[in-house]
Design a protein around this ligand. Structure first.
Ligand code: UT7
Length: 325
């Protein structure tokens, strides 16, 4: 009998209070960086973001989001058989953030590991967990996207520092004879590694190089719009569905203009696109599960509906997970 993985709980965590564009503009002005609420809003659609206080780490946010997802699923941490955390801002080089989450939520025994695919990380992690569940190896899996991107931003580069935020989103997946995850596709093209990167590295145990994010925004923008369209069509073709079967499109939340352009290329009404980039800014691997949890909890997403989750970002990587909620 065919086995599927099904989302049975979602959760999120956002650190502290939101930082409005106006507050960020004031803060940056103190160090001579000129920007404006109007530019940020018009070019990106962002109106606020959350920034973690000193000492708050990705595993803290991931653990909080995980607790909410477990509660929604009606499962205890002890019932989890696998934990995957998608992050590009792990607490430390090792152990993995997933191991730290396992300890914080009191789960034990099963495999726990991180997936590093930047803003596509959640799609990569979901696809991985799905394959473990489908194969019959695992019944209950926790998949988290968690980031403290504020720690890798160059706060003197106005072209990037206004775009990102911190947060975590989590889902609990469980084995079921009913779908569930219907399909997924993952991609990477390493030849574009230089358009979005944090080129710090570890050499003989020491961090060296430039530890802050750099981005060629326009190149990323153009590629993102192309691949979000193509990967959705690939997954639909695999499953035998049409664009019109998608109830909710949940793309990576980087820029409202990318979301609009993707909806237009796919021929999906913008009212079917979940948008949280205005509230959370770009939270990299956390953006899709954050958006998912918002729309589940506000009642827009209903059981039986078909969701297209999509990631795109550094690597260059991209992917989509299509599921029946
Ligand atoms: O998460 C991974 C995926 N990431 C993305 O998908 C990001 C994709 N890229 C984008 O979203 C957009 O390219 C950006 C929002 C990053 C930039 O928007 P843009 O329309 O491509 O602007 P631009 O980079 O061409 O800059 C336009 C102008 C420049 O001034 P000049 O050269 O025209 O005089 C910039 O210096 O805007 C200026 N600028 C700013 N002005 C005020 C750049 N950043 C700022 C700022 N405030 N924060």
């Amino acid at each position: 009998m065919e086995m599927y993985s099904r989302v049975v709980g979602t959760g999120r965590a956002l650190p502290g209070q939101p930082v409005s564009n106006a507050a960020l503009v004031d803060r940056l002005a103190k160090s001579g960086i000129e920007t404006s609420d109007a530019w940020i809003r018009e070019r990106t659609g962002i109106s606020q973001r959350y920034i973690a206080a000193e000492g708050v780490s990705s595993s803290d946010l991931a653990a909080e989001a995980a607790q909410h997802a477990l509660h929604a699923a009606g499962l205890s941490a002890a019932q989890l058989e696998m934990i995957i955390v998608a992050t590009s801002t792990p607490d430390m080089i090792f152990p993995s953030t997933a191991c730290l989450v396992q300890k914080k939520i009191g789960a034990s025994g099963g495999p726990a590991f991180d997936v590093q695919a930047v803003c596509s990380g959640f799609a990569y992690a979901m696809a991985t967990a799905d394959l473990f569940i489908k194969s019959g190896k695992v019944r209950n899996a926790l998949v988290v996207g968690a980031e403290v991107f504020s720690g890798i931003l160059d706060w003197t580069d106005r072209g990037t520092c206004v775009l990102f935020g911190d947060g975590a989103g989590a889902v609990v997946l469980t084995a079921d004879q009913q779908p569930g995850v219907l399909g997924h596709r993952l991609h990477a093209r390493g030849e574009f590694e230089n358009i979005l990167r944090t080129p710090g590295s570890v050499s003989h145990g020491k961090a060296t190089g430039h530890p802050f994010l750099t981005m060629d925004g326009q190149s990323v923008f153009k590629l993102a719009v192309q691949v979000l369209d193509s990967v959705a069509r690939e997954v639909l073709a695999d499953v035998g569905d049409q664009v019109s079967d998608i109830d909710w499109l949940i793309p990576h939340q980087a820029n409202v203009r990318i979301l609009s352009a993707t909806a237009k290329r796919l021929g999906i009404d913008e009212s079917k696109v979940i948008v949280t980039v205005d509230q959370h800014a770009n939270t990299s691997a956390a953006s899709v599960p954050l958006a998912l949890d918002v729309a589940v909890r506000d009642g827009r997403i209903q059981p039986g509906q078909r969701l297209m989750l999509q990631g795109v970002g550094g690597g260059f990587t991209w992917g989509a997970v299509y599921l029946r909620y």
